[in-house]
Design a protein. Structure first.
Length: 155
C-alpha cells in the first residue's frame, strides 16, 4: 500500500530506557516486540542489521500484526516495541500508559535499508477467498488514507 515513513519505540511509562540515551545497543539490551504486516524477510533484514552493527543478538519476545497486542505486551513488561508507521502514534494518543519515542531520524541514520534492498512497506493482508474488485478498491482507499495521514501527522 505504501512505504513506511515513520518509526517509533513504544515503551511503558517509566521504562529504564527513557533514563539514558537511546542507542542500538540500549535497544537490543531489551526484549523486543515487533509490529509486522509484511514479508518476514523485511523484518529479518532490520533485526540482522541491528545485530550486525552492534554485535548483539536481538531477543524477540513477540511478532504480531496487532498494534493493540504489542502495546499490551509492552505495558505489562520491560519489553520495547519497534513500531513502524503513523498507526502507533495515533493509538498512543488514546493511552496514558505508553511512552512513544519518534525514532524516524534514528532509523534513517542507522538502519536505512541499503539501496539494493526493498524499502519496508505497508501490506494489506487478506484471505485467498477475497474478490479482486473489492480488494482493488480497498487497497486504493487505504493507500490514499495512508498518504493523507502521513502528510498531516504532527509529531
Amino acid at each position: 500500500m505504501g512505504d513506511i515513513e515513520f518509526w517509533f519505540l513504544a515503551v511503558r511509562k517509566g521504562h529504564p530506557i527513557l533514563q539514558q540515551p537511546i542507542t542500538l545497543e540500549s535497544i537490543l539490551k531489551n526484549r523486543l516486540v515487533f509490529i509486522h504486516n509484511g514479508p518476514t524477510s523485511a523484518l529479518t533484514e532490520i533485526v540482522s542489521r541491528c545485530s550486525e552493527i552492534t554485535h548483539l543478538k536481538a531477543d524477540i519476545s513477540l511478532i504480531t500484526s496487532s498494534l493493540v497486542m504489542a502495546f499490551e505486551r509492552v505495558v505489562n513488561s520491560d519489553d520495547i516495541c519497534w513500531a513502524p508507521s503513523v498507526f502507533p502514534f495515533e493509538l498512543s494518543k488514546q493511552r496514558d500508559d505508553i511512552e512513544l519515542i519518534d525514532m524516524t531520524e534514528f532509523y534513517y541514520t542507522h538502519l536505512q535499508t541499503p539501496a539494493n534492498n526493498v524499502v519496508p512497506c505497508h501490506y494489506l493482508q487478506c484471505h485467498e477467498a477475497k474478490t479482486s474488485e473489492f480488494t482493488a478498491l480497498l487497497i486504493e482507499n487505504m493507500t490514499d488514507n495512508l498518504k493523507n495521514i502521513n502528510k498531516h501527522i504532527e509529531i
